[in-house]
Design a protein around this ligand. Structure first.
Ligand SMILES: Cc1cc2nc3c(=O)[nH]c(=O)nc-3n(C[C@H](O)[C@H](O)[C@H](O)COP(=O)(O)OP(=O)(O)OC[C@H]3O[C@@H](n4cnc5c(N)ncnc54)[C@H](O)[C@@H]3O)c2cc1C
Length: 371
């Protein structure tokens, strides 16, 4: 018999986009909710991300309704026959209602991201003119009161060259309102979700790490949390939501599961696969473990962040006119102007030297060489 220290209908672990959205959904549907976050700040990777949500079928595009049929064709064209149609259709059909739900129960407003095409626009059902990528509008941090400074953030120059003028314009990086303290992109998404939860009296517990799921013979009944020198058990009457992010900061899990080498992560260092390990301890089925959100990086000798070698994503500079990427043999081996996520493929498979023998690639700009 477990002694419980706290209880709630739904216990959410992690305060990224997944965790906070789950918490809001449960609360709107009448559940009591507790959110536990391992870091001192909320928002996880989501807060430092571009915050783009890809909703493939919705009626909000200036070009008219984006249909589920086109969306399914586009996703099928990328799946090489491995797609679970029912699961994918659920995702496709749920996107538009999800946007409506969040807008109806928070101050978030989603805008179609201008000039943001599908990543494989040439495929059947692809949208070269964009429309499926949306982002949260700017959010005034001053509205969060004491939580204003408690959203996870990175130094402004987290990429190699920062943000270009087009991106800046797209995400409203210069908001023309001097009385506010506006954030954009993933931070705005988290700020909007957080504001709505705080409004409902749900205050995330920070520096509170979930360490173990507790079960009885019928299933998971709660979770054990460590917070400072406290160790306590929280009963979940209706369920525990694992929103603890990825495992890219756990070298053993990276080597065991990812489909190729990963040299450095560009996310906050708290994603160590805790939820994954807790679920595995109770026999969870796993799938799609080899995939990730991939991006090429550079590491500059001596450049560190929070005591770790710092990885900077290479995003815009590689697509500039007269920029090419070559291997040590001086040969090009990928399309530099392609979207970042697919670039992991050539790194992993087409150039084994780059993937497996620890050889870096060279990015050759007009006159700058970066290793
Ligand atoms: C630079 C960058 C840009 C990106 N841009 C985009 C984009 O524009 N669009 C897109 O779709 N994707 C993007 N991605 C990917 C996307 O950000 C992630 O897939 C997404 O944010 C994951 O959300 P999440 O809520 O699952 O996890 P996270 O946002 O990582 O949140 C997980 C949270 O769980 C906490 N946690 C971990 N372990 C525990 C524990 N034991 N107990 C309690 N809490 C715990 C973590 O501290 C963290 O706060 C980007 C990624 C990066 C790195």
């Amino acid at each position: 018999m477990t002694d419980w220290d706290h209880e709630a209908d739904v216990v959410v672990l992690g305060s990224g986009g997944a965790g906070l959205t789950a918490a809001l959904t449960a609360a709107v549907n009448g559940a009591t909710v507790e959110v536990y976050e391992k870091a001192a700040t909320v928002g996880g990777t989501t807060a430092v991300s571009g915050g783009i949500v890809w909703i493939p079928a919705h009626p909000r595009s200036a070009d008219g309704e984006l249909t589920a049929e086109d969306a399914m064709a586009y996703l099928r064209a990328q799946s090489l026959g491995y797609m679970d149609d029912e699961l994918v259709e659920t995702f496709v059909q749920s996107g538009a209602p999800m946007l409506d739900f969040l807008e109806g129960h928070s101050d978030l407003v989603f805008e179609v991201a201008a000039g943001f095409p599908d990543y494989k626009p040439e495929l059947p059902g692809g949208k070269p003119g964009g429309g499926r990528s949306l982002h949260a509008g700017p959010f005034d941090l001053a509205r969060l009161g004491e939580w204003r400074d408690r959203i996870t953030s990175f130094p402004a120059d987290f990429s190699n060259v920062g943000i270009d003028a087009e991106t800046r314009a797209r995400i409203h990086a210069a908001v023309d309102n001097e009385s506010g303290d506006y954030c954009v992109a993933g931070t705005a998404l988290i700020a909007g979700l957080l504001h709505s939860l705080l409004d409902r009296g749900i205050t995330p517990h920070t520096e509170a790490r979930a360490v173990e799921l507790i079960a009885d013979p019928l299933g998971i009944t709660g979770v054990r949390i460590e917070q400072g020198d406290r160790d306590f058990r929280v009963r979940a009457h209706r369920g525990v939501v694992l929103g603890t992010g990825g495992f890219e900061w756990d070298q053993r899990l990276v080597e065991a599961y990812l489909r190729g080498p990963m040299r450095g992560a560009v996310s906050p260092p708290n994603n160590t696969g805790d939820g994954l390990r807790m679920a595995m301890a109770h026999g969870a089925d796993l799938a799609n473990m080899g995939e990730a959100w991939w991006v090429p990086i550079v590491q500059i000798p001596g450049d560190t962040f929070e005591g770790q070698p710092r990885s900077r994503s290479v995003r815009l500079e590689r697509t500039r006119p007269r920029s090419i990427i070559v291997n040590r043999a001086g040969r090009r081996f990928l399309n530099e102007a392609g979207e970042y996520n697919s670039m992991a493929g050539p790194f992993h498979f087409l150039d084994p030297k780059l993937g497996y023998a620890n050889d870096p690639a060279w990015i050759v700009f007009d006159s700058i060489h970066l290793k």
